[in-house]
Design a protein around this ligand. Structure first.
Ligand code: ZN
Length: 148
């Protein structure tokens, strides 16, 4: 079911569904004491990443972490909450699975890029707040252009 959920939902709709306001692909991170939106999501990667605490993952990992439940329980919760009507019978869901190997390879390349951008950001994190904001905006521009 986990695979089907990942294919049928987007990180954005799941984050929004559980009550988070999203602005410019960013939202207040629920996994640390966040005051400005530090969590960013990528539509292409279908995952989120928090630039402050480092939390990240797909929609299922987000819900699992949010409700402190196992991933399979999170998958079932999303299935019920978002009315996905997925069956527990994997075979019945085969039609819903869009397995595209080229897309997977692209996803891996994008994930690597995302990680390297994150490392770059972290290196500058100790610099003062104004400069950090500047860097963050630059970073988001960069992500928009190259990764997202
Ligand atoms: Zn965080």
């Amino acid at each position: 079911m986990i695979k089907e959920i990942k294919n049928l939902t987007t990180i954005e709709e799941v984050v929004r569904f559980y009550g988070f306001n999203i602005r410019n692909k960013r939202f207040i991170c629920p996994f640390h004491d966040d005051t400005r939106p530090s969590a960013v999501f990528s539509e292409k990667l279908n995952m989120f990443k928090c630039f402050s605490c480092g939390s990240g993952g797909d929609a299922i990992q987000f819900v699992a972490k949010l409700h402190k439940i196992k991933q399979i329980e999170a998958a079932e919760k999303i299935n019920v909450d978002l009315n996905l009507n997925l069956s527990k019978n994997e075979k019945k869901n085969k039609k819903a699975i869009k397995c595209n190997s080229i897309l997977k390879i692209k996803k891996n390349i994008l994930e690597e890029k995302f990680e390297s951008v994150l490392k770059l950001y972290k290196r500058f994190e100790s610099v003062d707040a104004a400069y950090s904001n500047f860097l963050e905006n630059k970073l988001l521009e960069l992500i928009e252009l190259e990764v997202f």
